[in-house]
Design a protein around this ligand. Structure first.
Ligand SMILES: Cc1cc2nc3c(=O)[nH]c(=O)nc-3n(C[C@H](O)[C@H](O)[C@H](O)COP(=O)(O)OP(=O)(O)OC[C@H]3O[C@@H](n4cnc5c(N)ncnc54)[C@H](O)[C@@H]3O)c2cc1C
Length: 423
């Protein structure tokens, strides 16, 4: 089902856009058309509602949409992580209720994994889910929850069994954020934006029907989410492709699609960097003959190509039913190096003025903002050190980190490591 290469993609997307793009549709109507035609996920198989192309196809499709003046397909954490996780572990009912609205940009998602005491040690999470008939009552706190303010649903990891060992008592829920028991507080970052949030649960509720992948099986489900997160970041598609956020809180769904088809500088900044953009920038600023810069550009290009090929290898292996140990972690770390080097190179090209911010700064301050933004890449989606640990253990066969918690009921682990009252 998976295409080995993307032969025919350009013609196919172009023909589809000529038949379908209508700037007078609302964003909601346009995205429904896009999602139902498989263009939100062109790199997913036909069974998954995609078009069976390679990982790279998503970028090609976005480019074709832009060239056509059309609003690009919906993106976001729902598309990056929730959709493939639910497609892997959910029932047909879960797919119908949750994945279709993601493809159509109708609902937005955030990831509710990290907690103040559980980041790298994610399995140490203490947000509690207590059964109450056919629903679960949620109490606890999450942190660093990107875009929670704009989200309708959260991928929630909560502990459903404190007596089971650490990794065995966790469940993965599709959690509705708009309810009385949820408080979301934004956290301001050094980019000036508030991407992150703290999310507090105070007797919040989730239906048992929204438990994905089975009771106490959340660690396996979470690993699927993390695999897709790292693979996406590793392939350089962590950012959005469009100027409109999905979901009702994105405030774009009722607008005319033609009016939001342009790209805002903020979203462009989080979109990341492609080497052709850096080369164009170097030419524009008369720096393309500088041997030092050319070396850096060559390095960015090399890392970017390796990232694409690594993603293609993973996909080919997955199509054969296999996987390559540690490769998503390596890809994510390589992408981090590339993004940091790319942002630094952009500032080298622009010179001292490149550090300025705001509309009057060179390139609207996009690269100054990007330079600050990419610092977070070595932490987001699993830190560099944790990724190296995984590669060491799973790919290189190095001894595993000592694990004194193994087999112990989580309640006992907590009693040893956390202050009283934690659970
Ligand atoms: C931009 C960004 C977006 C994010 N978005 C989300 C989100 O949407 N949802 C969400 O749930 N989380 C999100 N996070 C949180 C992210 O997953 C955590 O920050 C990350 O897992 C690290 O956890 P921590 O911050 O608690 O750091 P810690 O786990 O406290 O780590 C601190 C330092 O110690 C190192 N360290 C820890 N354990 C080990 C070890 N065993 N061996 C070697 N070194 C170690 C780490 O590498 C790190 O350098 C986001 C983070 C960032 C930066």
């Amino acid at each position: 089902m998976t295409a080995v290469d993307d032969a025919g993609l350009d013609e196919e997307v172009d023909a589809w856009l000529r038949r379908n793009w209508d700037p007078d549709l609302t964003v909601a109507e346009w995205w429904e058309r896009v999602g139902d035609s498989g263009w939100t996920a062109p790199h997913f198989s036909l069974e998954w509602g995609g078009r069976g192309y390679s990982r790279r196809a998503q970028g090609t499709v976005w480019k074709a949409f832009r060239a056509h003046g059309a609003l690009t397909p919906p993106t976001g954490l729902g598309m990056m992580m929730a959709a493939p996780t639910i497609l892997t572990h959910g029932t047909p009912d879960h797919v119908e209720r949750h994945v279709k609205p993601i493809y159509r940009g109708a609902l937005a998602w955030c990831q509710l994994f990290s907690e103040p005491g559980a980041g790298s040690d994610l399995a140490g999470l203490t947000t509690r889910a207590t059964r109450d008939g056919d629903r679960w009552i949620i109490n606890g706190q999450k942190v660093w929850s990107s875009q929670a303010m704009e989200a309708d649903y959260g991928m929630l990891l909560a502990r459903t069994d404190f007596d089971a060992p650490k990794h065995a008592g966790i469940s993965w829920f599709a959690f509705t954020l708009d309810q009385p028991g949820v408080t979301i507080r934004p956290l301001r970052e050094m980019t000036g934006h508030a991407l992150f949030n703290e999310v507090f649960f105070d007797d919040a509720v989730v239906d048992d029907a929204d438990l994905i992948g089975g009771l106490n099986n959340g660690w396996a489900v979470a690993n699927t989410t993390l695999l897709f997160e790292r693979t996406n970041i590793g392939a350089g598609s962590g950012g959005g492709g469009t100027s409109a956020l999905p979901g009702p809180k994105g405030a774009a769904l009722d607008r005319r699609a033609g009016d939001v088809a342009q790209h805002s500088p903020v979203v462009e900044a989080s979109r990341g960097l492609v080497v052709s953009e850096l080369v164009a920038l170097a030419r524009e600023y008369g720096r393309s003959d500088d041997p030092h810069l050319r070396q850096k550009l060559a390095r960015v290009l090399t890392l970017s190509r390796i990232g694409e090929w690594t993603a293609a290898r993973m996909k080919a292996e997955a199509a054969r039913g296999g996987s390559i140990a540690g490769v998503a972690n390596m890809a994510k770390n390589a992408q981090t190096i590339m993004m940091k080097l790319g942002a630094e190179t952009a500032l080298d090209i622009l010179g001292a003025e490149g550090l300025l911010w705001g509309a009057d700064a060179p390139e609207d301050g996009r690269y100054a903002e990007l330079f600050n933004f990419v610092r977070c890449m070595s932490i987001a989606g699993g830190s560099d050190e944790i990724n190296k640990n995984v590669v060491g253990e799973r790919a290189l066969g190095l001894p595993r980190e000592p694990n004194a918690d193994k087999g112990l009921p989580f309640r006992d682990v907590l009693a040893r490591t956390k202050p009283p009252g934690g659970a």
